[in-house]
Structure formats: structure tokens, C-alpha cells
Design a protein around this ligand. Sequence first.
Ligand code: HGY
Ligand code: MN
Ligand code: MN
Length: 404
Amino acid sequence: MRRDLEHVASYGATASGGVARTSFTDADRRVRAWLADRCEEAGLRLRTDAVGNVFMRLEAPGAPPDTPPVWAGSHLDSVPEGGRFDGALGSLAALEVVRRLAEERVQLRRPVEAVVFADEEGSYHHLLGSTALVRGFSADELAALRGRDGTRLVDALQAMGFDAQAATRVKLSPGDVHAYVELHIEQGAVLESAGATIGVVTAIVGIGSGWLEFRGRQDHAGTTPMALRRDALRGAGDLVARLPEVARSVSADAVATCGIVHVEPGAANVVPALVRLSLDFRDPDRGRLLSLEDAVVAAAHAAAERHALEVTYTRESIIDPVPLDPTMQELVATAAAERGLPALHLPSGAGHDAQNIARLAPTGMIFVPSVGGRSHSPAEATRWEDVEAGANVLLATVHALATG
Ligand code: HGY
Ligand code: MN
Ligand code: MN
């Protein structure tokens, strides 16, 4: 597994030691080809659906046909300059679990599938692959999705060799999957500071996203006195500076982030006429998540007013917070206890495909510590002993689900 993780980090490796493997790029294409070779080697059937989700299947020979499979998995795409473990750990551990069950000729009552979800990080849509499986997309919705560089999702899918026309038809129903388990790095510092090796995830945070557009007036940067300007970037900057107090006013757990700023016309000697800001806001409680959205939008209006601007807000998506299945939590906690691994129950502040799959099947997540809590950064790291511990807990959990 360590060899696999180190090798997979070479697809999209950056000079800083991180990984740039955003969805449906050349690096993504190459890691998928590598995965296909591993499946062939291990005698696993690999299937890729129309949005690019990958299923690597180990059959349960005696089971009745159509027995719902046990799923384990994660994602292999990264943020633009990410780390080596986010998603890769859970994907490659799931592959290793399936290989191990095959090698040991374990008598399975249910098939097991290692699943790699497409575009978890949202180059086109946050949790694209699992959203397609659980909620589904209409043809119009799919046609409207574009990547950061403006590429249409349907064109990107087609270029990868997927049947984009069929992407509206991958949706599954509750009961189609027996259970889902995802191993992931914590991406925070709770486990490390508590000295725990295994995190038993209790719930996944709610995540909202949207865009704010501040409009002012385009003017000459040399001839327009400071007091006479309607500078769109001043309003946008004012809002961003106030995000900490806005979040704090809603709850101690609320977070709000602006990670993308587009300035138009984008010239050093022109007063900005228009600024588009991305918003990512999160809270573990749905009611508070919606209050947070309202509070950010109200703060944006107040900032616009202070700078004589107009502002509009467009919601992109609201993903509800999701509690994880108590029985699955117990399975994970038991697997950790049997191995003498110190475990801690905690919620996840990051989004995961598990929050979609939880609507389809009992779902559990296993966290392992992130060194220094660093993630979405090339500084992301997890100790190999912890990787091994997490993978063994995943193996034990999947084994229990597939044989019990
Ligand atoms: O944005 C997130 O929480 C994630 O890493 N997909
Ligand atoms: Mn991530
Ligand atoms: Mn992830």
C-alpha cells in the first residue's frame, strides 16, 4: 500500500512535493490507467460509469445474483495544489482490502467493491460522482457545469472516453448498496492532539457554496480621486475582512471562506468595476448553515452600501449535514479496540462522498491523524504506522460487513 501511495503521488506531482491531479486531466487519465492495470493483475472486474466513478469488484461466489455489494472507497482527484493522502489513502486502502480478501480466499456472503468517486474536489461540481449516484443530475444541469478554465463537463467526460449522454442515468436506489466505509485522513489536528490513532466519524458537516458579485464603476486609476470612486474590490475586500466575525455571530463551529476572486477588467491602472467572489461556508447544523448564508449575504449588502456598490448573491449548492450510522460507528470502534488502537469519536469538518452515500446505505468513516492537521496543501502528511492502522481497521470493518 505504501508503494502504491508513493507511486500514485507521482501522477500530477508538483515541485513542492504535493499533487495537482484535478479531475479529468492528463494526470487523472494516467492514474485511472494505472488502476486498471492493478485490477487486471488482481483479477478484479473494473467498471467505469458515465461520470467517471470507478468500481473494482470482487465477487461472492455463493451469493444470490444481485446481492447488494459492500463498498469501500474514496477519491483520486485532488485540489489544484493538494497533498498525497487526501482521497488517495481511502481509494488505495480499499483496493488493498479487496486484493487481500481475494488473496486470502475469504468466503464472502456479499460482493465487495472498491469505489473511486469522480471529481470529489469539485473541479466541476463538489462531490460530482457521488451526487450523480445518489441524487442524479438532469441533462440541463450537466450541460451547465463548467470547470475553472471554462471547459464544459460534458466535453471533459467525452474526452475521457465516458459516455456523457448516459450521465443522467447512473442514479442508484436505497438498497442497491449494502453498506459503505471510507478511510480518510482527518485533515485537522484533533486526533493528533488527543494522541488517538483512529477517528470514528459521527457526522459530516453541512456545506454551502455560492458566488457574490460586487458591481461598481470602471474609472481611470490616476484621475479619479479616492473619495469619488465606486471600487468593486473595496467592497469585496471589506466583506472578506469581516467573514470571521460573521461566522462567529452564527456559531462557534461556523466557517466561511473566499478562495477565488475574479477582478474585472483586471488592469493595474483601472478602478475595478466588477468582482466575483467564491463562497464556501460550513456548519454542522442545517438551520445554522442557512443562517450563516443569510448572515454572509447581509454583510455583503452592508459592505456594498459602505462603498456605493451593488451586490448580488447566487447560491451554488447546499449539502446538508449528515449523521453517520451508529452501527457502522460501532463496527469501526470495535475493529480499533480489537487491535488495541486508541480511538476517538469526532465529526468531520471536511466534505466527503460518504455524506451522499449515507442517503443510500448505512455509512461509516474512519479517520487517521494528519501531521499538524495540515491538508489541502503539499504539507499534508500521515505517519505510515497510522496509515497501516487505518487500513487494518478498514479491512476488519469490510470483512465483518461482507461475511456477517
Ligand atoms: O471541500 C472539502 O471539504 C473536501 O475536501 N472535498
Ligand atoms: Mn479534499
Ligand atoms: Mn478527500
